[in-house]
Design a protein around this ligand. Structure first.
Ligand code: IFM
Length: 460
């Protein structure tokens, strides 16, 4: 048994997957190269007012061209795994049925190169940048359109499935549905709860329908989905805050976990939406056997964890509620509280309530600005502290029997942060977006030493 202060990588299972994660749209740039179709994010980013400071991802990290140099840095980092996503609009033609050979060749090269460096690829099929053509055929709102996604899954797993053995169907369906269709702050920018719920449902359905296709095309592979989970803590012990936190949990976390693990959508939040008159058409997009399809057994659950939510009931006047008892601790640039205990508690709860075969932390990391000095030594000590406290939380969960098999830091390098443009830096590697120069930060060097087992987690 380790002492906290001495905890090292060797205290984890030797087969534990240590990696970093990225996504196609956020790093690749080159949005028209080699026959790539337009994605909904290309369209959204061109729409005035949608992206902070009118930034765009037309170049991003130019990873489409610079991938080899980036993989040199990845290899030097010492990871044994790397999570990246496929850009669906790169690999198909405009009928969404035929392959675009040049796009496929690009991902072939990435996979072969990673394997030649002994880095295990974890491939995400949908990290949001879907083809505009798919959107115009109805997109995720439309049940019939799922077929197009399945064609794409078939194409890509047929091409890469002999070498890629870890597949993630969707990344963060909550973000796709709520930010894209309820808040309208992400592509495609709609605002309708009913569309949101239909989108959610079709994402989950398409996940369940993809699993057998992946298994057929990629023998002996492991399949899962990546959820962004945000554990809810009531701001006080008042009944109102406790109830509000439960409702938050139902629409944010349980809405996915329940159907994926054999149940139906949670009831209290549905009642609450109905009482508020928000669900005029009900949930008529749910058809017989859908829940059976959604709960198709998978091999792992991917969890993207960044922070917790502290929930205060907005419907109870302040003076009728108990005073707030939880004051958030330190926050990252995104205003997300640094709360590693939330990760430990979440992992223990998921294991107890749903018993997934295994779990991967498919994303975890923090946004902090870089302070570039003349020496180009970026001393991102806050990111190091964030990572070590969360890796420690992972270990504590493992010690309580959680089948955690890997940890992927978000992100390998600074990249395009969606509606926030280039304003948030999550990378272990600094990217100068004007020159495309990469500068490994101290967090990179820290993770590198940790992975070599040279230091314990609280040793700089
Ligand atoms: O950059 C995103 C990523 O695309 C999905 N998960 C959260 C990250 C930070 O916001």
């Amino acid at each position: 048994m380790y002492k906290i202060k001495d905890m090292k990588k060797r205290d984890f299972n030797p087969r534990f997957k240590w990696g970093t994660a990225t996504s196609s749209f956020q790093i690749e740039g080159n949005i028209d190269a080699d026959g790539k179709l337009e994605s909904i994010w290309d369209r959204f980013a061109k729409t005035p007012g949608k992206i902070k400071d009118t930034e765009h991802a037309e170049i991003a990290c130019d990873h489409y061209n610079l991938w080899k140099e980036d993989f040199d840095l990845l290899e030097k980092l010492g990871v044994n795994s790397y999570r990246f996503s496929i850009s669906w609009p790169r690999v198909v033609q405009s009928d969404l049925k035929q392959e675009n050979p040049k796009g496929i060749e690009y991902y072939d090269r990435l996979v072969d190169d990673l394997l030649s460096r002994n880095i295990d690829p974890f491939v995400t099929l949908n990290h949001w940048d879907i083809p505009q053509e798919f959107q115009e055929k109805g997109g995720w709102v439309d049940r019939e359109s799922i077929e197009y996604f399945l064609d794409y899954v078939d194409i890509i797993t047929n091409n890469l499935g002999d070498r890629v053995k870890n597949w993630i169907t969707h990344n963060e369906p909550w973000i796709i549905a709520y930010l894209g269709y309820n808040e309208g702050t992400h592509a495609p920018g709609h605002k309708s709860l009913e569309k949101t719920l239909a989108v959610n449902h079709h994402l989950l359905l398409s996940h369940g329908l993809s699993v057998p296709i992946i298994r057929e095309n990629s023998k002996d592979s492991k399949v899962g989905i990546a959820l962004n989970l945000n554990p809810a803590y009531p701001a006080s012990s008042s009944e109102a805050d406790i109830k509000a936190a439960q409702l938050f949990d139902e629409y944010f976390n349980a809405w996915y976990l329940e159907p994926l693990y054999g149940n139906q959508y949670p009831e209290n939040i549905i009642k609450s939406w109905k009482n508020e008159g928000k669900l005029t058409q009900g949930l008529d997009f749910i058809k017989d056997d859908d829940f059976k399809v959604i709960s198709e057994p998978t091999d792992f659950l991917g969890i993207n964890y960044y922070s917790r939510a502290i929930i205060r009931c907005s419907k109870t006047e302040k003076h009728k509620n108990l005073p707030v008892e939880i004051v958030p601790g330190e926050k990252t640039k995104f205003d997300w509280e640094v709360f590693p205990q939330g990760l430990e508690e979440l992992l223990v709860r998921i294991n107890k309530d749903y018993s997934p075969k295994s779990i991967f932390i498919t994303e975890n990391g923090a946004s902090y600005d870089s302070d570039i000095q003349e020496t180009e030594d970026i001393n991102d000590v806050k990111r190091i502290e964030y990572l070590e406290s969360h890796i420690h939380a992972c270990k504590k969960a493992v010690d309580q029997g959680v089948p955690l098999q890997g940890y992927f830091c978000w992100s390998l390098m600074d990249n395009f942060e969606w509606a926030e443009g280039l304003n948030h830096r999550f990378g272990l590697i600094h990217v100068d977006f004007d020159t495309q120069k990469r500068i490994p930060k101290r967090s990179y060097k820290w993770y590198q030493k940790f992975l070599k087992d040279e230091i314990n987690i609280y040793q700089k």
